[in-house]
Design a protein around this ligand. Structure first.
Ligand code: KET
Length: 430
């Protein structure tokens, strides 16, 4: 276990290169903002920018985790279109309360904690609508800093890159914990358990509820039970990032299993939820932050503080996505349609995993590609090096993050053979 290395954090702040024309102009100007260096490109969203700028007709974007249909097109779910039809011309655009839509929050809690959860009935959960999962994480991190100023956050190695930015900007010190085992391309369970045991009692841990990003490696149910048990022993606080509920197994209920295990074991938990992926509401920024408290009184206090953090930042969250979510989840027919559509998306990705692996084997790759089908969720953590990824981009116009993560959501029947061939070319031993 180690603190985030100084080298990594200073690399993140290293400025991108400026063209000479701009450098000269900057040297001459002694303006108010003259000292502002360009920010480094985001390791995920920067890939999309580079992809968009490439004129090649062959280009493939398997960078960002955003679902595409088999023609490579973004998808608006039918349940979302129907919900929008019902909204159109019928609902006003008033401000939501600071904490967001009560209906949307109610439905979100049922999804995460279970339809008949006693914690919901007992009003023990402090919850606010958040600016999708990112916003939920950030609100929580700010809450953590404000009310537990001496606490730290333990983050898995590796994790979604923005987790580091979020807790850094909230000024919560970060520690890392072992998660991935590069040789087996699976979970380093004993390393993980050791780090949980060695962390000081009462530590905060950021856990991926399902479909771990970027590795696609989740603990089994049995392993989750052991993790939960050890958390109990150590009185650690689990904060679940659940950005992919439904995308791991195709069933949102099954994907909430880790959370349910912790709830059964009597933990207090925190949870960030997103409808970006599982409802395709990426740009609507619809999500929820919840914190399970000891009793109703505590929940009321915590919720009021979360609202107070939100108010000077963005005042109140956007209304459209929240309406879409609550209409879908509140209507049994539309919810049924949604569940079918989530499963459809998850199944297409599973199919593409098989196709990519089969194509690599057909090409005679001597390497093992079993991890492509063993890993779950949106991503395949391929094991390719940054140099191999650079070759994919420079020689084949294939865009992905330099950690070797392939967004399987961008793989299609049309591009899978091209992708497999390029991967084979850059990975085959000389
Ligand atoms: N958590 C995780 C683990 C995650 O992968 C993402 C998005 C988010 C939170 C953010 O979700 P949102 O609800 O949009 O705020 N990940 C993809 C997109 C991104 O980087 O923003 C990605 O990893 O490609």
């Amino acid at each position: 276990m180690a603190t985030l290395s100084l080298a990594a954090s200073s690399a993140a702040r290293r400025p991108a290169l400026l063209p000479p024309r701009l450098l000269a102009a900057r040297a001459m100007a002694s303006s108010l903002f003259g000292h502002v260096e360009p920010a480094p490109k985001d390791p995920i969203l920067g890939v999309t920018e580079a992809f968009l700028a490439d004129p090649s007709p062959d280009k493939v974007n398997v960078g960002v985790g955003a679902y595409r249909d088999d023609n490579g097109q973004p998808v608006v779910l039918s349940c979302v279109r129907e919900a929008e039809r019902r909204i159109l011309g019928n609902l006003n655009m008033e401000y939501l309360p600071m904490g967001g839509s009560i209906k949307m929050i109610e439905e979100s809690l049922k999804l995460a904690y279970g339809e008949d959860s006693g914690f919901i009935k007992d009003k023990r959960i402090a919850a606010v609508q958040a600016l999708s999962d990112t916003g939920a994480c950030r609100l929580f991190a700010d809450f953590q800093k404000r009310f537990l100023p001496d606490s730290q956050i333990y983050i898995s190695t590796p994790t979604w890159s923005n987790h580091h930015n979020i807790w850094r900007d909230a000024q919560v010190p970060q520690k890392t914990f072992t998660y991935y085992h590069p040789e087996s391309r699976g979970l380093d369970f004993s390393g993980l358990m050791n780090d949980i045991k060695n962390a000081p009692d009462g530590s905060f841990f950021l856990l991926h509820a399902c479909a771990h990003n970027p590795t696609g490696v989740d603990p089994t149910e049995e392993q989750w039970r052991e993790i939960s048990h050890q958390f109990k022993v150590k009185k650690h606080f689990p904060f679940f990032d659940m950005a992919y509920q439904g995308f791991a197994s195709g069933d949102p209920e099954r994907d909430a299993k880790a959370i349910r295990i912790f709830l059964e074991d009597g933990h207090q938990i925190g949870c960030a939820q997103s409808y970006a992926k599982n409802m395709g509401l990426y740009g609507q920024r619809a999500g929820c932050l919840s914190i399970l408290c000891e009793d109703e009184m505590q929940a009321v206090a915590v919720k009021s503080q979360l609202q107070q953090i939100a108010r000077p930042m963005y005042s109140n969250p956007p209304v459209h996505g929240a309406l879409v979510v609550s209409i879908i989840l509140n209507d049994p027919e539309l919810k049924g349609l949604w569940l079918k559509e989530v499963k459809g998306m998850a199944d297409r990705i599973i199919g593409m995993r098989k196709a990519l692996k089969e194509n690599l084997e057909k090409l005679g790759s001597p390497l093992s590609w079993d991890h492509i089908t063993n890993q779950i969720g949106m991503f395949c953590y391929s094991g390719m090096t940054p140099e191999q990824v650079d070759r994919l981009t420079n020689e084949y116009h294939i865009y992905m993050t330099r950690n070797g993560r392939i967004s399987m959501a961008g793989v299609t029947t049309g591009n899978v053979a091209y992708l497999a061939n390029a991967i084979h070319e850059v990975t085959k031993p000389n």
